[in-house]
Design a protein around this ligand. Structure first.
Ligand code: KE4
Length: 467
């Protein structure tokens, strides 16, 4: 076992490593401009990354946080508030990652923190039902059009994995249909042509997944109705379910083409397959009733996560009562979880959903997102940089391409990911933290006010000039 650096070594290392990397911008929100400070030694971050990497594969607990595809060392976050995160070097960044979606009301929102503190003081976990779980279940069923019943779990992956099992058990069929570039968590059966980290690291189909497990997983191009139609014509009576991100957010942000979701709904109904909307990312991100309300499509099952936990581990899956009634202990299809419906996580989720339920919440966020993207396009054009943007609600995508549109995985992979990496690094040095991958969507929060958007655009002007 190699001798691991002791904490004291690391601290000393920081002090005298002399390892200076590029100057990191540091800005004081009060100053409306950035104050370049002398080159900051990057060794703190580097030392922390090396320490983490000694015990955690790749130094991260999720590949999406790695800076592998954009270069450099991940930020280690010390704290966050509103629209900003602060790293362990004391640098502040305007944050467009938002924990990859959950932090839509802003970091450390006082109402959410207070709700979690109150819950914590009453006990952390009981392994028994609590009324707060019922409160959350009722809230989700009231707001999400297709939900008659819902089961709470601890992550989006658990939600999609359970929904798949339920669909296969309910229909007695095995075939699953998914779409290239869509990511539904690291479920074995769905790690085929997956998006997000699986795409960023160029391993859309992960080793360790036995061929037999994915033999029943069929992948179609996103937004391609004719391919879906042909598959159903050929094998419709074998298909248990179609699982789709109603707005793809894991090959960066790709909206559904007009008629795409409607076609999937019709095909599933016609052939007795279940339509599963994976709304882990779009849930309470693209509107108060999720994507299914925005697009007027009722899936048979829905997977949720992220926002419904407000930053704590909550996932959920739900849908038609006749399907959900097949779940243990009511029915024979098994699913379980020690911490499912956890008291703190449900407190954070309920407090968050209360805020996003306020009148106009999503209209304001959608308008601000549009303002941000219009400003970015304008400044990119001024700098002679080919930039396309996609937006649905308060999620967006940036694509360095002069193609007329970005509608599927092939369009996304044809974009200039090198230029994205350069833009990411330039923006980071200007104090703006984008998702560290050309295949991840960006997210606004309620704390991204007009001043934050303006600061972002000023930073982008400088960053585009450096590309
Ligand atoms: P989790 O198991 O990470 O909570 O959720 C999996 C999942 C399922 N479905 C969709 C549509 C998702 O976007 C996700 C997770 N999204 C990624 C971001 N692209 C989470 C970030 C990460 O993996 O660290």
């Amino acid at each position: 076992m190699p001798s691991l650096p002791k904490k004291t070594d690391l601290v000393r290392g920081h002090a005298d490593s002399g390892m200076n990397r590029s100057a990191a911008a540091c800005y004081n929100p009060g100053l409306r401009s950035y104050k370049k400070i002398p080159a900051i030694s990057m060794s703190t971050r580097q030392a922390q990354f090396e320490r983490a990497s000694a015990r955690i594969p790749g130094g991260v607990n999720s590949p999406a946080r790695s800076f592998k595809s954009v270069g450099g060392t991940p930020l280690f976050i010390e704290s966050a508030e509103g629209a900003r995160v602060r790293d362990t070097d004391g640098h502040e960044y305007i944050d467009y990652v938002g924990s990859f979606g959950p932090m839509i009301v802003g970091h450390a929102h006082p109402d959410v923190v207070a709700a979690v503190n109150r819950a914590a003081a009453a006990g952390l976990s009981f392994g028994a039902p609590t009324t707060r779980e019922t409160d959350l279940a009722e809230t989700l069923c009231e707001r999400v059009p297709s939900l008659d019943m819902v089961r709470l779990v601890n992550s989006g992956t658990e939600a999609t994995m359970s929904a798949l099992r339920l669909a296969r058990g309910f229909t007695g069929r095995n075939l699953i249909v998914k779409f290239a570039g869509c990511y539904h968590g690291h479920v074995d059966a769905l790690l085929v042509n997956a998006g997000s980290g699986a795409l960023t690291h160029g391993t859309p189909s992960s080793p360790g997944v036995p061929p037999a497990v994915v033999a029943d997983t069929l992948t179609l191009p996103y937004n391609d109705v004719s391919e879906a139609f042909s598959l159903f014509q050929e094998r419709g009576d074998e298909i248990a379910c179609v699982i789709v991100e109603p707005v793809a957010g894991n090959m960066n942000c790709v909206p559904p083409a007009p008629g795409f979701l409607e076609a999937l709904r019709e095909l599933c109904s016609e052939h007795g397959a279940l339509l599963i909307f994976d709304e882990v990312m779009t849930g309470f991100r693209v509107g108060p009733g999720c994507a299914q309300e925005r697009f007027g499509i009722e899936p048979d099952l829905t997977a949720l996560g992220k926002v419904i936990g407000g930053g704590l581990p909550v996932g959920a899956f739900g849908g038609r009562r006749d399907i959900m009634a097949q779940l243990a202990p009511l029915g024979p299809i098994y699913q379980a979880g020690t911490l499912s419906g956890n008291p703190l996580a449900t407190a954070a989720g309920l407090a968050t959903l209360e805020i996003v339920g306020e009148p106009g919440f999503f209209d304001t966020l959608e308008a601000r997102t549009a303002t941000l993207l219009a400003g970015l396009r304008e400044r990119a054009e001024k700098a002679g940089v080919a930039l396309r943007t996609n937006q649905v609600g308060a999620m967006f995508g940036l694509f360095f391409t002069d193609a007329p549109a970005v509608r599927c995985l092939d369009d996304v992979t044809a974009c200039d990911t090198e230029r994205f990496a350069a833009f990411f690094c330039a923006m980071l040095e200007e104090g703006i933290y984008l998702a560290p991958s050309a295949f991840e969507a960006g997210f606004l929060s309620a704390a991204h006010d007009d001043g934050v958007i303006e600061q972002t655009l000023e930073a982008a002007e400088r960053a585009f000039a450096r590309l």
